[in-house]
Design a protein around this ligand. Structure first.
Ligand SMILES: Cc1cc2nc3c(=O)[nH]c(=O)nc-3n(C[C@H](O)[C@H](O)[C@H](O)COP(=O)(O)O)c2cc1C
Length: 202
């Protein structure tokens, strides 16, 4: 085994070990709304479930030289955001939303996504995603790169409404083959659902 002290590595070197090992990662496409009403969209693969009781999820938004990305800034200001699950049918457009636009520009103009009003929050969702979660911000935790230059904003969202495409909803479950999720590997590599198998729990 090769043993490496992360403190001897640059941020990029740490990033490569983490994103090359923790795979595949689901991709949240997140919409937020700015104070002036611009709908921001961006993908995040540092994303997972925190708890099912209450239903909560986490998204880690890296800062750039200490500056918050639009998603973190909007979510913290407004206290809400929408998470959409990336699937094979929307992955190309999801990728387009990673464009680095100014806060007053919406990434949605680069895509075919259409917005749909939410039930419990002001920020709209995107109709084309087969699953979306309306979330209220439970907690935003700045995690420090150094004391006055935090490295990321860890957003914890409480799901306040699920929206699930009728075609993949079966008796309280999501049809994984119908959802066709896409996950991120390292760099520009993505994966679809691979070979499935079952294990009986001991
Ligand atoms: C598939 C994919 C996954 C990404 N995951 C993350 C992530 O987990 N955290 C992060 O900070 N940036 C991530 N990015 C980069 C952001 O999407 C990118 O910085 C985006 O411009 C941020 O947009 P915003 O400033 O509108 O929030 C990812 C990009 C792609 C294409």
């Amino acid at each position: 085994m090769i043993s490496i002290n992360p403190e001897s590595l640059s941020e990029r070197e740490n990033y490569k070990f983490l994103t090359g090992s923790i795979i595949p990662r689901p991709i949240a496409l997140i919409t937020t709304q700015s104070e002036t009403g611009i709908i921001n969209a961006a993908p995040f693969s540092f994303f997972n479930i925190v708890s099912s009781n209450p239903p909560m999820l986490s998204v880690s938004v890296q800062r750039k030289k200490g500056v918050q990305k639009d998603t973190a800034r909007n979510a913290i200001k407004s206290g809400e955001f929408i998470v959409h699950i990336t699937d094979e049918d929307i992955v190309e457009d999801v990728n387009q939303t990673a464009a680095e636009l100014r806060p007053e520009e919406s990434e949605l103009t680069l895509t075919k996504f259409t917005t749909v009003a939410s039930d419990k929050v002001a920020v709209p969702g995107l109709k084309e995603a087969k699953v979306r979660f309306e979330c209220k911000l439970e907690r935003a935790i700045p995690l420090a790169g150094s004391v006055d230059d935090p490295g990321c904003d860890l957003l914890i969202g409480r799901v306040v409404c699920y929206h699930i495409d009728q075609g993949i909803y079966h008796e309280g479950r999501i049809d994984q083959n119908g959802l066709k999720p896409v996950a991120r590997l390292a760099g520009q590599t993505y994966t679809k659902l691979g070979e499935l198998f079952e294990l009986q729990r001991p």
